[in-house]
Design a protein. Structure first.
Length: 830
């Protein structure tokens, strides 16, 4: 395509493309009906809501594709430095509402549909969630893609197209059961299969030496070959034509390597065997912390990395003659250690396929990779057994050893023969089982190591990666996480969105979140208070209806909706919440009628999945259910306290739950939550936080003010001393009492809960539930007190939303672009 600057053929084509797909009601209706007839293959005179949704989704997809093509033309023409965002998890949720809002055609589509007799909201409910990730880390990737597109950055996301997303959680008799999430069952209109964009991915085999032009080279002769096929998911920006792509890889059998099998063996067996290749991208691992050292998981990581790296290098070579410019054109972001084999893979390609030689290749590596870590736990660094790596990726193991050799030599020169430190910093962990430490590899080879909150970064520098920080202080940065206000206000809370725009007099905050602070000027305005409360009520009604439909439980709208939703983990202390609820119940029971009138009624909502093999987490879910069973059926309690467990918590459920919350709980033991992002979504929706001073909460205190939050618990520097005390630590009597109630079978399942009780009472109570209990109850009491003062509560709620601007992923991404990736916006001018 010829592209004259500002004139010529390309512009004429653009002029045409600009009006390619019309967005007036008639054109939209025609498009939808066309898709009913020809894509869904149903008669345009007879189709149901789901078929209407499919046709609608395809009409939206056409518009996404149009803009994506335009964006690509600009990117190829301008050839800016691109960011490649590598993540094994993306939690995209639904796409329809988000897409039409970002495309700016929501109202047009809604009008067009209503004339056809359909309601947009009803059709939007037909869509299933894309759950290709576990929790915070994965949803963060999704929010960041939205910001990258909106801020016009030339970026591509890479991930895996799992056939089974995160398991569906079913609750039977209070116990969690897992069911596979075959999310592609009903087709996926949001992806574009690229049958021609495929790459071979090699596994196993041996490495031999070969000589070419008198130079020795390593040649990897693989033992197995699998094909990676690209599936493109367009990501539209808001308030811009820019649309970027999330490219997900699916594994398909390859014909290149297995021709023999057809000729020699049983034909049917050969075909069946060949099909096994697909299992590589079949399932998302549901355990978000512990790495099991499973071969399939390592295969997934390499499969995804290899396909992405081939794609990146192919794109670069399409318009560049040699690798000199590579670091000026390519930034590779590693989302945690999971994709860190990318480092070794690029090195391998540069050495063995491009023959650049060690120094040149290493020089490139050091300029292109940046690494973000999301963990605080020193117990769970990802380690890969050397034997496993050596058999699956023999050449990569050699390269890792070489990198380590160079590193250790250099290190010795810098720090001398401090063997303890050398041992700690080495990529190779010696011992009975030799391991490769993926975090060390990532730090050594990246130019920047980012934490996800200020506190997290401090912990990295002083604890987890202290040795590395002392060596390379300049590498360490942090970017406090953020979430996208497009998804978490505009899509999920349309009433609040309209109210904010009305009071700010502009919709510009949807792209420029800093404007949100303008609400502060109206924080005492009675009229705003009235409207703010109405919006909360609308959202509480929506949530109450959902609860009734799910659990058959009617909840009072006057009660405080107190929400605790996130993955279930001991460190997140859902158990602390349950103990607090039991205490509340116990108190109400012992009150006379007069005192009961002063009790603030609560609906305690909990939701979240436990990893299938995580026994303690599963017990916590069961405990919530038995306690709920008892309290909800106690006529003596009535509406004063109701417990609701929301099963299968995911992105679309969160969109409903978060706007309806009055209070939300974030209870991690200080020093354990690297950042936490759900709190940011609650904050934006004017929900008050009850939280420990952990992760990003510390920065929220600065933005919102501690008077507008309910803070409690040990601070991070107090935790070690409390742990030290062990059994000598004094815990409040109320704590002992509620634990005894569980132990003695007050809620049934006595034996089943003993181990849970032992952990917090007899064993060392590692997460300090006993130590924090009194302070937790005080914070809860403060929340009750604030809630009865409606005016005060509403003001706090307004100030929470007003002060949430810092926690937009737009800010995070801009900081990454400027301080880590070195990329510039590249905007589609039409
Ligand atoms: O990443 C989020 C943070 O806000 C949370 O504090 C942090 O816990 C979370 C292995 C993880 N850390 N590590 C993971 C996810 C999947 C997996 O397979 C680890 N997730 C976090 C975003 O920064």
């Amino acid at each position: 395509l010829e592209f004259g600057e500002g004139k010529g053929k390309a512009e004429r084509i653009f002029g045409f493309m600009d009006v390619f797909l019309e967005n007036d009601p008639l054109s939209l209706q025609k498009d939808i009906l066309d898709h009913v007839e020809f894509t869904v293959a149903k008669s345009r005179f007879n189709f149901d809501d789901f078929e209407a949704y499919q046709a609608l989704a395809h009409s939206v997809r056409d518009r996404l594709i149009e803009r994506w093509h335009d964006t690509q033309i600009i990117f190829s023409k301008k050839d800016p430095k691109r960011l490649y965002f590598l993540s094994l998890e993306f939690l995209m949720g639904r796409s329809l509402s988000n897409s039409v809002i970002n495309l700016g055609v929501r109202d047009q589509f809604a009008d067009a549909l209503s004339q056809l007799g359909f309601e947009f909201e009803v059709l939007a409910e037909q869509e299933g969630d894309a759950c290709l990730g576990n929790g915070g880390l994965a949803r963060l990737s999704a929010c960041q893609m939205d910001s990258l597109a909106t801020l016009d950055y030339p970026a591509i996301g890479y991930g895996l197209r799992y056939q089974y997303g995160l398991f569906r959680q079913i609750i039977l008799d209070g116990f969690q059961h897992e069911q596979p999430d075959y999310w592609l069952n009903f087709g996926n209109p949001w992806e574009i299969e690229r049958v021609h964009i495929t790459y071979p991915v090699k596994f196993y085999g041996t490495v031999t030496d070969e000589v070419l032009n008198q130079e020795k080279y390593k040649v990897w002769v693989p033992g197995e070959m699998v094909e990676a096929v690209a599936y493109d998911n367009p990501i539209p920006g808001y308030g811009t034509r820019n649309t970027i792509v999330l490219r997900l890889w699916a594994a398909k059998p390859s014909d290149q390597h297995n021709m023999e099998a057809y000729n020699t063996g049983d034909y049917v067996d050969a075909v069946v065997n060949r099909q096994k290749a697909e299992s590589i991208s079949s399932i998302l691992y549901p355990d978000d912390r512990s790495y099991q050292g499973k071969e399939l998981q390592l295969k997934q990581q390499y499969f995804f990395v290899s396909a992405s790296v081939q794609d990146i290098i192919r794109r670069f070579k399409d318009s560049h003659k040699n690798f000199d410019e590579f670091p000026e054109k390519v930034a590779l972001q590693l989302n945690d250690t999971h994709p860190s084999l990318a480092i070794v893979e690029v090195m391998r390609v540069l050495l063995d396929e491009e023959h650049l030689g060690w120094n040149k290749a290493w020089d490139i590596i050091c300029k292109i990779f940046s690494f973000t870590t999301h963990t605080v736990s020193p117990e769970a660094p990802v380690k890969i057994p050397v034997d496993l790596l050596g058999s699956l990726l023999p050449r990569h193991l050699q390269i890792i050893y070489d990198i380590n050799f160079h590193f250790v030599e250099k290190l010795k020169k810098m720090i001398g023969l401090d063997y303890d430190r050398l041992t700690r910093m080495s990529i190779v962990e010696e011992g009975a089982v030799k391991n490769i430490r993926m975090a060390n590899l990532s730090i050594i080879c990246s130019h920047t190591v980012n934490g996800v909150s200020r506190l997290h970064s401090e912990l990295l520098k002083t604890k987890l990666f202290k040795d590395f920080y002392e060596l390379w202080p300049h590498k360490f940065q942090y970017k406090t996480n953020g979430v996208t206000q497009r998804r978490w206000i505009v899509v999920s809370n349309p009433s609040l969105c309209a109210l904010i725009s009305k009071w700010l007099g502009t919709e510009a905050w949807i792209r420029d979140i800093d404007l949100l602070i303008g609400l502060k000027d109206h924080a005492d305005n009675a009229e705003l208070h009235q409207q703010w409360k109405m919006v909360k009520k609308v959202n509480k009604i929506r949530l109450a209806e959902y609860i009734e439909a799910m659990n058959g439980l009617k909840v009072s709208l006057d009660a405080m909706f107190d929400v605790h939703t996130k993955r279930v983990h001991e460190y997140k202390r859902q158990l602390l919440n349950i103990l607090g609820i039991i205490h509340r119940y116990d108190c109400i029971k012992s009150m006379n009628q007069n005192d009961r009138k002063k009790v603030v009624p609560r609906v305690c909502v909990m939701g979240g999945k436990a990893a299938p093999g995580y026994e303690m987490a599963k017990k916590i879910i069961k405990l919530f259910h038995v306690v709920a069973e008892k309290i909800n059926n106690d006529n003596d309690i009535g509406d004063l306290l109701k417990l609701v467990f929301i099963p299968d918590y995911n992105v679309s459920v969160a969109e409903l739950v978060i706007p309806g919350a009055d209070l939300s709980q974030h209870l991690s033991t200080a020093g354990h939550e690297a950042s936490g992002t759900s709190s940011m979504k609650f904050l934006m929706n004017g929900c008050l936080l009850l939280a420990t001073e952990d992760g990003s909460t510390i920065e929220m205190i600065e933005e919102i003010g501690q008077d507008n939050m309910f803070l409690f618990g040990a601070k991070v520097d107090e935790v070690p001393a409390l742990r030290e005390k062990g059994p000598a630590l004094k815990v409040p009597l109320q704590f002992l009492r509620v634990v005894r109630m569980i132990r003695e079978g007050h809620f049934g399942f006595k034996d089943y809960f003993q181990s849970l009780c032992d952990k917090i009472e007899c064993e060392n109570d590692y997460f300090l539930l006993g130590a924090d209990f009194a302070s937790y109850l005080e914070a809860q009491a403060a929340a009750d007190k604030a809630f009865v003062d409606e005016e005060r509560w509403t003001k706090m709620s307004i100030l929470s939303a007003a002060g949430s601007g810092k926690f937009s992923s737009d800010r995070t991404i801009q900081q990454y672009a400027e301080n880590t990736w070195g990329i510039q916006p590249c905007r589609c001018p039409f």
